[in-house]
Design a protein around this ligand. Sequence first.
Ligand code: DAH
Length: 360
Amino acid sequence: MAEIEFESEEILREIEEAPSPAALEEIRIRALGRRGALTLAMRELRALDAEARPSAGAALNAAREAITAALGAAEARLSRTVLEERLKRERADTTLPVSFAPEGRIHPISQAFDEVVAIFGEMGFRVVEGPHIEEDFYNFTALNIPPEHPARQEHDTFYFEPRADGTRRLLRTHTSPMQVRTMLKEKPPLRIIVPGRTFRCDHDATHSPMFHQVEGLVVDRETHMGHLKGCLIDFCRAYFGLEDLAVRFRPSYFPFTEPSAEVDIGCSRKGGELKIGKGGDWLEILGCGMVHPRVLENCGIDPGLYQGFAFGMGIERVAMLKYGIPDLRAFYDGDWRWLKHHGFLPLDIPSLVRGSLAGP
Ligand code: DAH
């Protein structure tokens, strides 16, 4: 045999005109596949005379290179066209009205956090967050709860193994350590709220080992009990959407505030049904007080110049009261049917003007 018959023009033309990636692949297989025209032609080289072989081999190699390059170029061209067509097809008209029925729901805890943040945000509070794993100093000592203080027992703390120097880390039992962290880091005036998770070794129908609180702290030169009362009364009325909601401050005790109070809101329990508002009964919803001068001192703030007030509130409790959720444990079950019933639609964003805070 003296010559090999192989024409690449026809193949190159087909490649150039290939209408789709699939057509291109078909041509590639026809030319370069195991039984492709060029592959078979290459196989015939072996049968050629020794003198004819180098030039025929070079010609076939050149043809292979030309075909491979053409395939590459065509592939790039086609993928660009495919993308362009897809973009045309999938273009979204962002001016269309929103009409979708999302399957997911906002958890009532998240919703309550959002509502509380929206109300205090309007009053000029800033949100800060802090670590769940906390040092004993921030969770207790700096808050005027020294090691032998009985309040430590009440907190049912989850402790970590002690370190070599005897100090222990713990899961924060309340959001109050963020008062300390903020006062140590920033200068007054301060106005912060701290939504977050808290942990206590306690588990029954009304206690969960993990629960949520919102802490509040205001420190300024002339902060007094009147500010505390006004702020929390406004909050309760906005949160429950009742302008005339009765709010009562009952003297209490917390190591980190002096004086301290617990806040009750008015309710009625007629016929076994709990109704928030008028009725002569009371429901406790949060703890508060004027920041203890020793706590200010522990945080490097001069109690001769500054005063502050603070409060702490359990989110589960206010969420249960507002949304009529009877069982605490259901919050953490992750039961889709429960969430579908008690959860909120993603677009139902709380704000003072949307009405979800101000009631019906
Ligand atoms: N940390 C308290 C608790 O978990 C709640 C609390 C009460 C926080 C009074 C405060 C406060 O900031 O002033 O029970």
